[in-house]
Design a binder for this molecule. Sequence first.
Ligand SMILES: CSCCC(=O)C(=O)COP(=O)(O)O
Ligand SMILES: [Zn+2]
Length: 203
Amino acid sequence: MNTMQLRWNDLADVKRELAARDWFPGTSGNLSIKVDDASFLVTASGKDKRKETNEDFLLVDAQGEAIEGYAGKPSAETLLHVEVYGKTDAGCSLHVHTIDNNVISELYGDKGEVTFAGQEIIKALGLWEEYAQVTVPIISNYADIPKLAEEFGKYVSTDAGAVLIRNHGITVWGRDAFEAKKFLEAYEFLFSWHIKLLILKGR
Ligand SMILES: CSCCC(=O)C(=O)COP(=O)(O)O
Ligand SMILES: [Zn+2]
């Protein structure tokens, strides 16, 4: 198998696992994986990402322009994935809309960030010290995608990270598909945990 086929299979695996979690409501969400310095695979726009077809992904260049030979259109949010690969050595970027990430983004949107501390799952984000804390930036949901990508790009500097888009969703990236998915699951765990605690405490 060549690199392209290997990466295609990696992305298909992640897509299947996120679909099993029901993290692609209403055709939302987009995923990408780096193939080489000049190209990455990204999900086709507007499709039900729970479905598996031979046309789920398209190859695009480093600027997000479709490379000939693939059906459909690249994700409308491809420019955010361009920011990740252009600014870091990340290998995979995942974007999902969940109720939990939307609730957290609205609760803390005015603050521009949300911080979690004292939770064991933070170790999954690579932070192993006691009472480690993690902060996720929250940006406005600009309808203009180049503007959204520009704002998003201000928070993209390390090979692994996450940004919440207010009342929209989260984009998480990591060195490879395994790491990006691990981070995404850890962030969604934190969001769900935090919301449940707030409800139980009546705040
Ligand atoms: C139907 S949700 C609106 C678009 C969006 O935010 C999304 O994640 C999916 O867009 P795509 O073009 O990648 O299908
Ligand atoms: Zn989206």
